[in-house]
Design a protein around this ligand. Sequence first.
Ligand code: SAH
Length: 204
Amino acid sequence: MVDEHLIRRGISDPEVLKAFRKVWRHHFVPSSFETDAYQDYPLPIGHGQTISQPYMVALMTESLRLKSGSNVLEVGTGSGYQAAILAEVCRRVCTVEREAPLLERAKKILSEEGCKNIDFRCGDGTEGWEEEAPFDGIVVTAAAPSVPGVLKEQLAEGGHLVIPVGTMYGQMLVSIEKKGDDFIQRDICGCIFVPLIGKYGWSE
Ligand code: SAH
């Protein structure tokens, strides 16, 4: 998976590649899909949600430009796979999921995997996690109609927010870097994510 789907498509950050070699994706997918775990596509995890495609997880992680000391927020825990990758790359991960059963499943898997630097919260991640801010990186793993301003406000200086923005049916993955009072936005690539539902997302 790492050679064929990540390196060949341009993922080059050694820390990100190391994390993908260490974290087993088949531990995070339902047992009926285990044989597909190392293919480059999303898979269902229940509650109408998916574990993202490995290339997209790698691209989002690399785009955050994290360092070993970084504090990062993930909105949309889902299976917990991206949280596990982030936890390998940086100091601390705060992850928020609105579906309680998915959060409980992810917590259990991540504790079995021995991840100790992850904090969990059940709720609406479009509001961020103010008490734990500022974040060196914020990654939103569901599609937003627009960039929630409150997430930009929770970025540390030099931090990056990576988020898919667009319609329910197709989005642009964008990176927003905080530089002083400015926010520098760059397009990364087209993508398709499940909807971000909440106060600053889509309504239910
Ligand atoms: N990062 C996940 C992919 C999750 S799919 C992984 O590695 O498996 C997107 C997730 O975002 C879904 O689980 C969905 O329930 C969640 N979600 C949608 N809107 C949300 C919100 N406002 N706050 C927190 N989680 C949300």
